[in-house]
Design a protein around this ligand. Structure first.
Ligand code: ATP
Length: 270
């Protein structure tokens, strides 16, 4: 059987309630939910539904979560894949995989296609990427552009793509009728970190008087993914100590551990 390039999910339960903070991004992307729920309302007046939007921001800030929530809110199928998969796994077949993906999504329309790490495939053409697979990558990128131009505005497929490197993307991707909207998804501020803690604390058995303002204050620079990690680590630390509820000290120990991990990661990068 064929190796699976993309993932197809229907009946997605994720909604905007699962995405803490990011008020501006949610407001902007709400428009896309409306288009998907009721495309004719817009096309009847001669308007063209956008084909794509780019979610731009640092790692772990909820871009994938937000894209999934769009599908959950609009109750449409979610086709997802990662740009790095195209380039790494399917040498020689990237372009045909792109064609496949769009064909499937159109059959199930209205639908969302989500491309994570679009920069892996969408870096400016004609520049050395040191991996030796430039032609392959360019063919795949060209096919992606062809598909986005090819499907009519009434195909009701919207492509969301995520990147933390919008600056390296081929400008052709951002042209009108392609990813002509950019939605910024930033690291959370203190108030947003508190909200993210509240989402990820909800399923935990914890002491009653946990101060989420305090936790938010202890975690500057943390992404949503880091905070989800802290909550999980705290639960594991408490369990290891045979506790019956996660307490403040477990969270502080978890924060220390995550900070240690982040410092190591930064050392490797720089
Ligand atoms: P990457 O660029 O690394 O792919 P991303 O921006 O797509 O990251 P997600 O994969 O959406 O980030 O986030 C990872 C996890 O972190 C989510 O599944 C969720 O558990 C948590 N998370 C991130 N941001 C938020 C948020 N705003 N609210 C609630 N949870 C969040």
């Amino acid at each position: 059987s064929k190796a699976r390039l993309f993932d197809e999910k229907t009946d997605i339960k994720t909604t905007f309630k699962d995405v803490a903070g990011l008020e501006g991004a949610k407001e902007e992307i709400q428009e896309i939910v409306e288009f998907l729920k009721n495309p004719e309302k817009y096309t009847n007046l001669g308007g063209k539904i956008p084909k794509g939007a780019l979610l731009v921001g640092p790692p772990g800030t909820g871009k994938t979560l937000l894209a999934k929530a769009v599908a959950g809110e609009a109750k449409v199928p979610f086709f997802s894949l990662s740009g790095s998969d195209f380039v790494e796994m399917f040498v020689g077949v990237g372009a045909s995989r792109v064609r496949d993906l769009f064909k499937q999504a159109k059959e199930k329309a209205p639908a969302i296609i989500f491309i994570d790490e679009i920069d892996a495939v969408g870096r400016a053409r004609g520049k050395n990427n040191f991996s030796g697979s430039n032609d392959e990558r360019e063919n795949t990128l060209n096919q992606l552009l062809t598909e986005m131009d090819g499907f009519g505005t009434n195909s009701h497929v919207i492509v969301l793509a995520a990147t933390n490197r919008a600056d390296v993307l081929d400008k052709a991707l951002m042209r009108a009728g392609r990813f002509d909207r950019q939605i910024f998804v930033d690291l959370p501020d203190i108030r947003e970190r508190k909200e993210i803690f509240e989402v990820h604390l909800a399923p935990l058995k914890k002491v009653e008087n946990l101060d989420t303002d305090f936790l938010a204050k202890q975690t500057p620079g943390f992404s949503g993914a880091d905070i989800a990690n802290v909550c999980n680590e705290a639960a594991l630390i408490a369990a290891r100590k045979e506790k019956t509820a996660v307490d403040k000290q477990d969270f502080l120990d978890a924060v220390d551990r995550i900070v240690g991990g982040l410092e190591k990661k930064n050392k490797i990068v720089t």
